[in-house]
Design a protein. Structure first.
Length: 147
């Protein structure tokens, strides 16, 4: 198998994460709309970062369809997005870590200037937005999203 090439991720990129449509993962914020919760986007115990994917390489539909490779139905899952500059505003970084399954796979990682904390995840969650069902079906890899 050829080695997957790691690429730099620019500040203006959008990254996506799939989240279950459950009350502890989605929050309605007045004036913003539906966002992910800090619980839904945080890194899992024992993991270096929180897994996401790059919209420039992976569509929201493809991200959900990847669940089927693990025998999980994509029904009942949603996709949230955040701009890379929003992550970096909190002195965290986004690192491209492509996999065989997802060439756009990336992680939000700690930096020497900022470690993960409940407060950081909460601030990041406020910057996310849940994609509409139409966006999930129509956005293609490489597309841009309006604010």
């Amino acid at each position: 198998m050829p080695e997957l090439e790691q690429q730099e991720i620019s500040d203006d990129e959008i990254i996506l994460r799939r989240i279950p449509n459950q009350p502890d993962c989605i929050k309605h914020r007045p004036g913003i709309g539906l966002t992910a919760t800090s619980f839904a986007i945080r890194n899992l115990p024992g993991k270096k970062g929180s897994s996401w994917t790059r919209l420039v390489q992976t569509s929201p539909r493809k991200l959900l369809d990847q669940l089927q490779l693990d025998g999980i139905s994509p029904k009942g899952w949603m996709v949230c997005r955040i701009r890379v500059s929003d992550v970096r505003d909190f002195r965290l970084d986004v690192i491209h870590l492509p996999t065989e399954r997802d060439a756009g796979h990336c992680e939000i990682r700690e930096t020497p200037r900022q470690s993960f904390s409940p407060a950081i995840w909460s601030k990041l969650a406020r910057r996310t937005r849940i994609l509409t069902a139409e966006e999930v079906e129509t956005l293609q890899a490489g597309n841009q999203l309006a604010e």
